[in-house]
Write a protein of this length. Structure first.
Length: 215
């Protein structure tokens, strides 16, 4: 555990140092361009505007780096062990979960607590999320193709343009979920009544003849 923690601190320090070097180079580049454009004698207002622009660019770059670092830490924790993840979430309930665009293809996430998480464009193809809690999460454009979603809680989640092709949705909860343009195809576990209700709410179905439906 000590080695893992040390490695994490080293990686974080290294990323911070690299970011600082990049930002310093950016500041120098902006001011060099300013000097070249103004012939080496810039007016005070140009200096002020350049300084403000540089501050904005540096702040944006650093914010992007920190968000990426947070995502990688959370992803590593989730991949490590669901029980460890759930304990961490219980103890850090106020921490925002940002896992946008992560690759969890084929992951074992049974019972994972992902309530209210940012999971936009996440890849869950072939993953097992049985009894996982994704209520109120933003899952827009996520991919659940061939995933196992037995008793998965999607209540009040944003499922805009989510791909559920060939996913097992037996007893999955979709109450008040936003399913506009969500794609369902050859899903196990959806009754004709449930399909009709989802269609009324804006979901798309591309079932092939003879697809399995649990009743």
């Amino acid at each position: 555990m000590a080695q893992s923690s040390g490695y994490s601190l080293y990686q974080e320090a290294k990323a911070g140092a690299i970011s600082l070097l990049k930002q310093t180079a950016l500041v120098c580049l902006v001011f060099i361009i300013m000097l070249l454009v103004t012939g080496g004698n810039p007016p005070e207002d140009v200096v002020g505007i350049t300084f403000c622009l540089t501050v904005v660019l540096v702040a944006w770059a650093e914010g992007k780096r920190k968000n990426s670092a947070v995502t990688q830490k959370q992803l590593a924790l989730l991949r490590k062990n669901v029980d460890v993840w759930n304990t961490w979430r219980f103890r850090n309930s106020s921490v925002e979960i940002n896992l946008s665009g992560v690759n969890l293809h084929g992951a074992d996430l049974r019972g994972a607590d992902l309530r209210g998480a940012n999971l936009r464009r996440a890849d869950f193809r072939g993953a097992d999320l049985s009894e996982a809690n994704l209520s109120k999460s933003d899952l827009s454009k996520a991919n659940f193709a061939e995933a196992v979603l037995f008793k998965t809680n999607f209540n009040e989640a944003n499922l805009y343009k989510v791909n559920f092709s060939e996913a097992d949705l037996y007893k999955a909860a979709l109450d008040k979920a936003k399913v506009q343009k969500a794609l369902f195809s050859n899903n196990v576990g959806l009754t004709d009544k449930e399909k009709a209700a989802l269609k009324e709410r804006g979901a798309f179905f591309q079932d092939s003849p003879g697809s399995q439906v649990s009743v």
